[in-house]
Design a protein around this ligand. Structure first.
Ligand SMILES: [Zn+2]
Length: 463
């Protein structure tokens, strides 16, 4: 027994004889590992084949581990477009072996960077099969990225656990409404189109809200030194483009926080529910560039840090649930046609929505049952502060709904966790149409069930 556990036992003993119940110390640890693939690997984010040609800034996996008494939990934020469910499964098995943290207490999330590797899914499998048929081997996958990434995830959580130390934390929200825009537009005929723009003569207005809230939890050492910030904001990470690897705008947030607090400071960014939110201000002449978006977000984060509420009493707990929602159904003929059309999925001369639907129908075949599993985590850090993680590209309406109905003062809702089931639109959006509903695999109503389950988990966690 080390000195720390001995002193904790003594605290327990004296609190027992004095009739007081004292909480165990709350600890936090972070670690960062590089997950950048070799240059030449395929890149994700679009429907055509795109090869990486260099590195703008490195892709990172950042882990945060929480511990209090017997409860240990971890969240990992990765600069990737999404998390392959097999990697989420295998890495969490490995994490349990290496650290003892059970899979139900670990959430692996992606930030949705569109300038990272295309390492899984129907599109990757298609380009890979074409390369193998042509060359006998895939020249762009001479490196087993899923295996590498799986091991990095286990190692980064292990390192974060080794860095556990007593901390205090404060939480609250910042406000940023200059860089996020709802990208769905209501047309005169009652339909909705994505990426049309307010200036189009047939557009009546935007079809949904944005979420200007920046969820913030800052962790300080017991000597009051700021150590790390977990932040969450709902804005699609597709602001860079090109063929250089990049973490997109969260890179600039990390840089700004390091300038403010020192190089030791770790910025963990969890992407908010931004299925229908992007950075295109369709009334502006030019789109904001990544560095400008990062600078504005950083400015709003830094402005909010002094007003965060210190959490008086930590009480770590985790709830975890997998729900199964119906998947979209297509006839055998339509599936067979999509499998044929897949040959042209990367052909930019073919109409985009046709390629998107082709890809989606083929991707649906990856599910062996009639349902799509959706895994939800809820982490309570204190009676006032909670974090929810959800799979998929979730519509902003669901994040807003979960936060409005959360019994916690501060709730961070982070999407793209542990699997990649595509877009999760609202029932209303399915009626309206638009790109996101074409590129979704769950049947209408699945998102509403997922949001209701998340709220239930939060209510169960409220002390
Ligand atoms: Zn997306």
């Amino acid at each position: 027994m080390n000195a720390r556990s001995l002193s904790y036992l003594l605290v327990l003993f004296f609190s027992a004889i004095s009739g007081q119940v004292l909480a165990a110390p709350f600890q936090m640890g972070t670690a960062t590992l590089d997950i950048t693939p070799p240059v030449g690997y395929r890149m994700s984010g679009y429907f055509h084949e795109r090869l990486s040609e260099g590195i703008k800034d490195p892709l990172l996996a950042k882990a945060i581990v929480f511990s209090q008494g017997d409860t240990v939990a971890a969240i990992v934020c990765c600069d990737l477009v999404g998390i392959f469910n097999e990697v989420a499964h295998n890495s969490r098995q490995l994490i349990e072996t290496q650290t003892g943290i059970p899979p139900s207490h670990v959430s692996i999330t992606a930030t949705h960077s569109h300038t990272g590797p295309l390492y899984f899914g129907a599109l990757r499998d298609h380009f890979h099969a074409v390369a193998v048929a042509r060359d006998g081997t895939d020249p762009h996958e001479q490196f087993d990225y899923p295996s590498f990434f799986t091991q990095q995830l286990a190692d980064v959580v292990q390192q974060a656990k080794e860095n556990l130390a007593d901390v205090t934390f404060s939480a609250g929200c910042g406000h940023e409404d200059r860089i996020a825009f709802n990208r769905r537009f209501l047309m005169k005929d009652g339909r909705v189109k994505t990426w049309i723009g307010l200036n189009h003569p047939d557009v009546i207005g935007t079809a949904g809200p944005i979420d200007p809230e920046i969820g913030l939890i800052r962790f300080d050492s017991s000597a009051a030194q700021p150590l790390a910030l977990l932040s969450s904001y709902a804005l699609h990470l597709d602001t860079v483009g090109g063929t250089l690897y990049s973490a997109d705008y969260p890179f600039y947030l990390q840089e700004a926080l390091a300038r403010h607090y020192g190089d030791h400071f770790v910025s963990l960014f969890g992407i908010g529910t931004c299925g229908d939110i992007n950075h295109a201000d369709t009334q502006a002449k030019e789109r904001n560039k990544t560095d400008a978006i990062g600078a504005m977000l950083s400015e709003s984060v830094l402005a909010a840090l002094p007003i965060l509420m210190p959490s008086a009493e930590a009480s770590l707990a985790v709830k975890h649930r997998v729900i199964h929602v119906p998947k979209q159904e297509y006839s055998a003929e339509r599936v067979a046609q999509a499998q044929l059309d897949m040959a042209h999925v990367g052909d930019r001369t073919v109409e985009t929505m046709h390629r998107v639907e082709t890809y989606k129908i083929v991707a649906l075949e990856y599910y062996k049952q009639a349902t799509v599993p959706l895994e939800i985590h809820a982490f309570r850090l204190s009676p006032d502060v909670a974090i929810v993680t959800l799979p998929g590209e979730v519509f902003v309406e669901f994040g807003l709904h979960i936060k409005e109905n959360s019994p916690f003062d501060t709730t961070l809702v982070i999407e793209l966790a542990n699997a990649a089931p595509g877009y999760i639109p609202t029932k209303k959006a399915f009626v309206e149409g638009g790109y996101e509903t074409v590129n979704s695999r769950v049947a209408p109503g699945g998102g509403e069930k997922m949001a209701a389950s998340a709220i239930e988990l939060l209510q169960e966690l409220k002390p």
